[in-house]
Each structure stands twice: as structure tokens, then as C-alpha cells.
Unconditional design. Structure first.
Length: 347
């Protein structure tokens, strides 16, 4: 039997052009990172609270990883209604909602503004834009509308980065460093495209059909691993989970070395410059876990930012490939639409 023709499957099943949006990821990122953010730096923040859900909220986890690696302030991610009890106006708030209408995020923003806080909003319009327009001192940064939030990661995260750089919250790469990174990501994007059925993404997607999926990653790459699991949930309609090394070596690793691993696929994200003991743990798992298949995905790049972006983008292609191989439209999300309709009936 011949291998599936991904180009044909995408034409037949990808109703809202998820593949097309994915091909534009690096261009979206380049435009967003290069946007002018007209704000004054303020060195007095105690930290940054990131509000956001789903595809809109993923960037907060990436910002936290970057700050943990080389930033000067704590970043805390909040994915719920309201805000944590310890929050105070000395904490800057990033509120991200692609539609501008995410109810959990709006609930938190309303509480922050009522308490005299400052919000940097990222949205394509909606109620969030209106709330911030009425708030002196807060700021709304707009991203292009008209696509699925999970496909707009380049717009969203690029805008978050531009804001963090303008505010002095994260170290900004030089123009030459940023340009070189984007060129390398462009090459990686072309290589990861599944349309010709070749390459790692297409091969890996084929190996995941009818498998349960576990993703493991060192802590610095955990945002990409978690987002990968979410993309498999939403694009591919597959159960998937992620776990961090070394934490999962103190619990979940027991299951991976038992009989239950026989119907699992293990996807291990890794990269250069890991703590030597974390690298030893990655190497041991790739050697000792007998899941079939077991894949090691080396996240390329000269910085943690580039490695996270590489991981996020390449794994998007894997999730899209798995979706069409199993007859799923990677753009559809009927359960989420149904749940939102149900919630709209409840006052």
C-alpha cells in the first residue's frame, strides 16, 4: 500500500487552512517582533502576571521560561478566572486573548483594573480592547484577526516579546542576532512542512497513528512540550500529555519502564546546554524506555528563545500531519464551540 499523500489529505480535510497559517509562522513572528511598542520602561515592577487561556495563553509559559533563564523578574502564569490572592498593583499584568472575548481573562482583567493595576493587553479586538481603552495607564496591542488562536502563535508571542523588550522585562537580542535566528527558523520551517510527505515531521506523524502519546522535556523546554500536547489534543483530537525532566523522573518514569509503556509513544524534546545531570537523565530514558516508537527531537538554536520557537513550530506540523492521517480537520474544534454555546446560556 502506498504512503498517504499529505498534500491531498490537506486539500480534503484542512477546511480553514491550518497548514497555510503554519507556513506563515515565521513571517508572522518577524512582523510582530519588529513592531514598535511605544511605552516607557519602568524598573519598579515586582513581577509580571500573565493571564490567558488555551492558544492565547501559551505565550505566558514561554515568557516565564525565558525569564527563568535570563530575566530579572518573576513571571507567573494564571489560567483561571480572577487573579491570585497575593497579586497587587506593583505587579504588571499581561492579558492575552486572541478574540478579546475570553471570559476567564476578562474576569481577571476587570479585577486588576478595579484594584488600580496596569494591564498590557494583546488581542485582535473584542471586549478586552474596549476595557483597556477606558483604563488610563493600560495598553492594548492589536494582532491581526481572522484565524484560530492556536494558529496565531507567531502574532501573539511575537507581540508579547516586543512588549517585554520595550519595557525592559527581558533581554533583547541584537538586530543581527534576531535576523539570523529568523533565517534559521525559516529553513527549519521549510524542512518541517509535511506537504511532500518527507522529513521528520511527516515520518513521526505516521508513527503516532493509533498510539497513546507522552511527551517529556527538560524544564527549560516544558512550555513547548505542553503546547505540543495541547496541539495534539486540539488539532489531532488525540489524548497527549507532557511531563518535565527531572520532576517526572521521580514518579512517571516508573510507568514508562513497566508493561504499560508497550502501547505508548515517547517523544523526548532535548537541546544543547542542559544541566549535565538533566542531560544524563534524557540519555538514560532514550536508552532504557521501551516504548514503541521512542523519538528524540533535538530542538535546534543558538539561544533558548530560538530552541523554544523551533520546538513549537516543528511540533505544530506533527500535530497537523497526525490529524489528517486519522481523518481529522485540524481546524475544527466542535467540543469547544459546543461548550461556549452552553456557557452563553448561563447567566
Amino acid at each position: 500500500m502506498s504512503e498517504p499523500d499529505f498534500a491531498t489529505l490537506l486539500d480534503e480535510l484542512d477546511g480553514q487552512d491550518m497548514a497555510g497559517y503554519t507556513r506563515r509562522f515565521v513571517d508572522d513572528l518577524r512582523a510582530a517582533m519588529g513592531a514598535e511598542v511605544d511605552v516607557e520602561q519602568d524598573a519598579d515592577w515586582s513581577g509580571v502576571l500573565c493571564l490567558g487561556m488555551g492558544g492565547s495563553g501559551a505565550g505566558g509559559l514561554f515568557l516565564k521560561a525565558l525569564s527563568d533563564d535570563s530575566g530579572g523578574l518573576p513571571f507567573v502564569v494564571w489560567r483561571d478566572y480572577g487573579i491570585p490572592s497575593w497579586w497587587g498593583p506593583d505587579w504588571l499584568v499581561f492579558a492575552t486573548s486572541y478574540s478579546g472575548n475570553t471570559e476567564e481573562t476578562l474576569d481577571g482583567v476587570s479585577e486588576v483594573l478595579a484594584s488600580g493595576g496596569t494591564v498590557v493587553g494583546i488581542c485582535s479586538g473584542g471586549k478586552l480592547e474596549g476595557l483597556l481603552a477606558e483604563s488610563e495607564g493600560s495598553l492594548c496591542l492589536n494582532v491581526p484577526p481572522g484565524q484560530m488562536p492556536r494558529s496565531a502563535f507567531g502574532h501573539i508571542f511575537g507581540t508579547q516579546l516586543a512588549a517585554c523588550w520595550a519595557l525592559g522585562l527581558l533581554p533583547e537580542p541584537s538586530e543581527n542576532e534576531r535576523s539570523a535566528m529568523l533565517e534559521r527558523l525559516t529553513t527549519a520551517s521549510s524542512n518541517a512542512d509535511i506537504a511532500d510527505g518527507e522529513g521528520m515531521s511527516a515520518t513521526l506523524a505516521r508513527s503516532l497513528v493509533d498510539r497513546e502519546i507522552g511527551i517529556a522535556a527538560p524544564t527549560c523546554l516544558s512550555p513547548a512540550a505542553y503546547r505540543f500536547a495541547c496541539q495534539l489534543n486540539e488539532n489531532s483530537a488525540k489524548f497527549a500529555r507532557s511531563a518535565d525532566i527531572p520532576e517526572m523522573n521521580h514518579n512517571e518514569v516508573v510507568a514508562w519502564t513497566g508493561d504499560a509503556a508497550s502501547n505508548q509513544a515517547l517523544l523526548m524534546l532535548s537541546c544543547d546546554d542542559l544541566h549535565p545531570r538533566a542531560q544524563a537523565r534524557v540519555d538514560w530514558m532514550l536508552s532504557e524506555v521501551e516504548a514503541a516508537p521512542t523519538w528524540g527531537i533535538e530542538c535546534e538554536g543558538e539561544s533558548l528563545l530560538e530552541r523554544l520557537l523551533y520546538a513549537a513550530h516543528v511540533t505544530d506540523w506533527i500535530s497537523i500531519g497526525l490529524a489528517v492521517l486519522t481523518g481529522e480537520d485540524p481546524s475544527e474544534m466542535p467540543a469547544i464551540v459546543s461548550l461556549k454555546a452552553h456557557l452563553a446560556t448561563i447567566q
